[in-house]
Design a protein around this ligand. Structure first.
Ligand code: AMP
Length: 281
């Protein structure tokens, strides 16, 4: 596996692959890889020729009080996992390669970034949209792979790619979960053993809501209350939001129209976890 740090090197690699008629797959990540990231890689390998993975902890998408400086990093382990998976190239640019000098351009997707994680993490989606635009322009893949775990992020990226006519296909990959249903996340390592034992309540309560929908429940307030009371019953869990929103525009609704996104963010101590389910699927 090639490990490339400069934009010139990754462009050179991809342009040769494209010239050879091969479809390039791209999986952007912030590293500290787990099975969720690897499921994106495997899907890309099924559908593409060479697969490029990027590891870049993007400072632009973290708020001033968020965990940028302590975000878990382990490049050695990550490279080994990607090598074992048969990834062709790892793009791992230093901060100055991505943001040299004064960076003045921001990509902002309107509307759908003003709710859910956009409310609790102001500026987060600007940071995501900006870095993903840069990465897509740098790597120029045929397809790029994103996880349903970050449901709002995929909607934002799909809208951005559509609005800005970026020539790439965005592929959404289902959420990879631990055996007890907890969505895999690099941030799960922050959880204490007690918090880790309690965290599967997120997926469990979302599945209960989906079960109620399949039995005919359409009252959104009741669905939200059902999930919230399940989570509030767990010591140490503090709800950031539990919401049901339309797809793909993320509008509020009182009477459920399916399919809809039920998404939540919950804090266990300083660790903020997110999860979601599609209702009526
Ligand atoms: P991150 O490194 O957290 O920025 O994630 C990189 C990519 O992996 C994003 O597209 C995420 O949505 C995706 N991802 C993270 N966790 C999971 C998971 N448990 N299942 C599927 N995709 C995931």
């Amino acid at each position: 596996m090639l490990i490339l740090e400069t934009i010139a090197e990754i462009r050179d690699f991809v342009s040769k692959e494209r010239a050879g008629g091969r479809a390039v797959g791209f999986v952007p990540t912030m590293g500290y890889l787990h099975e969720g990231h690897l499921s994106l890689v495997r899907r890309a390998q099924e559908e593409c020729g060479p697969v490029v993975v990027s590891i870049f902890v993007n400072p632009l998408q973290f708020g001033p009080k968020e965990d940028f400086s302590v975000y878990p990093r382990d490049l050695e382990r990550d490279s080994r996992l990607l090598e074992e998976c048969g990834v062709d190239a790892l793009f791992h640019p230093p901060g100055e390669e991505m943001y040299p000098g004064r960076h003045r351009t921001i990509v902002e997707v309107g509307g759908i970034t003003g709710c859910l994680c956009g409310t609790s993490r102001p500026g987060h989606f600007q940071g995501v949209a900006t870095v993903v635009t840069k990465l897509l322009n740098i790597v120029q893949p045929h397809r790029a792979y994103f996880g349903q775990k970050d449901a709002q992020q995929v909607l934002v990226i799909k809208k951005m790619v559509e609005d800005l006519n970026i020539p790439v296909e965005i592929v959404t990959v289902p959420t990879a979960r631990e055996a007890d249903g907890l969505a895999m996340s690099s941030r799960n390592v922050y959880l204490t053993p007690e918090q880790r034992a309690a965290a599967p309540i997120l997926n469990k309560s979302l599945r209960e809501a989906a079960g109620a929908v399949s039995k005919g429940e359409r009252d959104v307030k009741k669905l939200v209350a059902m999930v919230s009371s399940g989570i509030n019953g767990v010591e140490g869990a503090s709800i950031d939001y539990v919401e049901v929103r339309s797809l793909p525009d993320l509008e509020e609704m009182e009477i459920l129209e399916v399919p809809a996104l039920m998404a939540l963010a919950v804090r266990f101590g300083n660790t903020r976890l997110i999860d979601n389910i599609i209702l009526g699927e």
